[in-house]
Design a protein around this ligand. Structure first.
Ligand code: UD1
Length: 315
């Protein structure tokens, strides 16, 4: 049984209806800002039987974090610290799943990226909050024996739930590739700018590891099961969540055109500051230890993203 806590700062209550329609049951919801220690303490006092946490809540826009670093440090780190201070550990093992990011690797020296690749200095305050978050969890897992942590380093999650009940709802102009593509195809933008076509890649555009959001979600359940049944002493584990395949921006555009049947208006523009050339995951560790791998393709993900966009744009 699960409960959801969210401050609704970057989400909407209608998401709960979508979840209810998928699960055919109502999930208890609490509107709480994790920065508010008093509210969080009251929540845990009333819900002492919470047995584990999946901590997704954080701000995640790279560009915004550069403009508002303090807001990012405050939101992403205070909320994590408050949560860790107030969790009802009760002396039992407490599983904790953390949403991290492949951004912690920066431009890795070798590909695919393994979990033991060096952590590079963060390129943005957002990326730094993920690095610091992992450090906080590592330190705490050493001092608090019953805290069991899995940190999941997401590559590029895209797509929507196939029921189209829930999906990505970017506020304002999207910064990420796939919502910009679907919004452009829906007529909300004139054209997509492809940031750079002079990279040292097969077609000159950057390479990323795009992963269907449903595959990504399932890895969290695997992570929780892993922590619940865990036999070894290692209280802090990181896993890459990617498909293991790198696709260029042009490949994403071409695949989108194929699954949507719509030509996309795009133009090449200059490189975006801070972009890395290429990143894709080694999925070996997640396969082996979590028993997880992706089952859905780039086509599946882009098709669901497009159907979700059409539903929202009433096309
Ligand atoms: C970024 C962050 C990542 C974060 C994710 C979700 C870095 C290195 N990565 O991923 O940590 O979790 O956003 O917020 O900071 N592109 C275009 N035109 C567009 C938009 C994007 O060409 O209009 C290109 C980008 O140059 C990039 C690729 O598409 O090559 C993917 O970009 P994006 O969706 O923004 O994700 P990342 O930058 O990989």
């Amino acid at each position: 049984d699960i409960v959801i806590i969210d401050d609704l700062s970057n989400s909407s209550l209608i998401v709960l209806d979508g979840i209810k329609n998928i699960l055919k049951k109502t999930i208890p919801f609490f509107k709480i800002d994790l920065k508010n220690k008093k509210d969080l303490r009251d929540f845990f006092k009333k819900n002492i039987d919470i047995k584990g946490v999946i901590h997704f809540a954080a701000s995640k826009s790279v560009g915004e974090s550069v403009l508002k670093p303090l807001e990012y440090y405050e939101n992403n780190l205070t909320s994590l610290i408050n949560l860790l201070q107030l969790l009802p550990y009760n002396g039992n093992d407490f599983p904790f799943i953390f949403s991290s990011s492949c951004t912690v690797y920066g431009q890795a020296e070798s590909l695919p990226i393994m979990e033991n690749a060096p952590i590079k200095p963060a390129q943005s305050p957002y990326g730094n909050t993920k690095q610091i978050g992992e450090e906080i969890l590592l330190d705490l897992s050493k001092s608090k024996e019953n805290l069991k942590v899995v940190s999941l380093r997401y590559f590029n999650p895209i797509g929507a739930h196939p029921s189209l009940q829930i999906g990505e709802l970017p506020i304002g102009k999207p910064q990420n590739l796939v919502p910009f593509i679907t919004q452009t195809a829906a007529g909300l933008h004139n054209k997509l700018s492809v940031f750079g076509n002079d990279y040292p890649t097969k077609d000159g555009t950057c390479i990323r590891d795009y992963i269907h959001i449903v595959d990504l979600a399932k890895a969290h359940a695997k992570g929780l099961n892993y922590l619940i049944n865990k036999k070894n002493k290692n209280n802090f584990e990181v896993f890459n969540l990617g498909s293991g395949t790198g696709n260029s921006v042009m490949e994403v555009i071409k695949t989108f055109e194929k699954v949507s049947g719509k030509p996309l208006n795009y133009q090449f523009s200059k490189r975006r500051k801070g972009d890395i050339v290429s990143a894709f995951a080694s999925t070996f560790k997640a396969n082996k230890i979590l028993g997880w791998k992706t089952t859905l393709s780039l086509e599946d993900a882009l098709s669901s993203a497009w159907r979700w966009q059409k539903k929202n744009s009433k096309i």
